[in-house]
Design a protein around this ligand. Structure first.
Ligand code: 13P
Length: 249
C-alpha cells in the first residue's frame, strides 16, 4: 500500500507572521491524521517560521524550487544543502509555473532533482500537459517525453526516493479539475513509463500525486482512484480549515 502524500504549494503567498497563524489553526485539525504524509511548501522567506511551527509534529516542510549548484556566485538562487539545513524535508521541482515563466526544461528538472537527492531532500517532481496539447491528443506523448528526458534518466536508487506530481496545466488555478478518470489515465501513462524504465516493483512503489484545482469538495472522488496517491494543492492549501479538510478527506 502506498501511503498518500497530501501536499500544499503556497506559491508566492503569505508572510512569516501569516505562516505562524496558519499553523496555529492547522495543527490541531490534523493531529490525528496518520493515514497520510503532510507536506507544506511555503515561499523561501517563510521556511524558518514553518519549520519552527511544525517542530515535534509529523508534518514536513518543502521548498518550491532549488538551484543545482551547492554554492557559488548565483545571485538570487538557493541550493539543496541550504534548503536541507533550513529544516526542509521536501522540495518541488519543475512546477509548470517554473516551466512556463522561468524557462525550466526537462533537462534542468533532472539537474534540480539530482541536486535535491544529493542534499537528502525528497523531490516532488511535477509533470503535466497544457490545454492545447491535450486538445490535440498529445497528452500521452508529452507526459512520456517529460518522463524520458527528465526523471527517467535517474538511477534506480535515485528514482526510488522521488515522488511525482501530475498537474495538467489547464487545471491549475482555473477551477477546472481533471475528472478522476482523466487524472487516473494520466497516472497510468506515467506508471507505465516507470514500469518500462525501472520495473514493476518501482512502478508499484512510486507515489503519483494529482494537482490542479483540488478542493475539499472534490478531493474524495480523486482519492477514491487507486492510481492517485495524494494531492498537490495550491489555492485551497492557503486556508487552514480548507487544507485540513483535504488532508482528512
Ligand atoms: P491550484 O490548486 O490552485 O489549482 O494549484 C495547483 C498547483 O499548481 C499546485 O502545485
Amino acid at each position: 500500500m502506498r501511503k498518500p502524500i497530501m501536499a500544499g504549494n503556497w506559491k508566492m503567498y503569505k508572510t512569516p507572521a501569516e505562516t505562524t497563524t496558519f499553523f496555529e489553526k492547522f495543527l490541531p485539525l490534523v493531529e490525528k491524521s496518520e493515514h497520510c504524509e503532510i507536506v507544506i511548501c511555503p515561499p523561501f522567506t517563510d521556511i524558518a517560521a514553518a519549520v519552527t511551527a511544525v517542530q515535534g509534529t509529523r508534518i514536513g516542510i518543502g521548498a518550491q524550487n532549488l538551484y543545482w549548484a551547492k554554492e557559488g556566485a548565483f545571485t538570487g538562487e538557493v541550493s539543496g544543502p541550504m534548503i536541507k539545513a533550513s529544516g526542509c524535508t521536501h522540495v518541488l521541482v519543475g512546477h509548470s509555473e517554473r516551466r512556463q515563466y522561468f524557462e525550466e526544461t526537462n533537462e534542468t528538472v533532472l539537474q534540480r532533482t539530482v541536486a535535491a537527492l544529493e542534499a537528502g531532500l525528497t523531490p516532488i517532481v511535477c509533470v503535466g500537459e497544457r490545454l492545447g496539447e491535450r486538445e490535440s491528443g498529445e497528452t500521452e506523448a508529452v507526459l512520456s517525453l517529460q518522463f524520458r528526458a527528465g526523471i527517467g534518466l535517474l538511477s534506480p536508487e535515485q528514482f526510488a526516493r522521488i515522488a511525482i506530481a501530475y498537474e495538467p496545466v489547464w487545471a491549475i488555478g482555473t477551477g477546472k479539475t481533471a475528472t478522476p478518470e482523466i487524472a487516473a489515465d494520466a497516472h497510468r501513462v506515467l506508471r507505465a513509463q516507470v514500469r518500462g524504465h525501472y520495473g514493476a516493483a518501482a512502478a508499484d512503489a512510486v507515489r503519483i500525486l494529482y494537482g490542479g484545482s483540488v478542493k475539499p469538495d472534490n478531493v474524495r472522488v480523486l482519492m477514491a482512484q487507486p492510481e492517485i496517491d495524494g494531492v498537490l494543492v495550491g489555492g485551497a492549501s492557503l486556508d487552514a480549515n480548507s487544507f485540513a479538510s483535504i488532508v482528512n478527506f
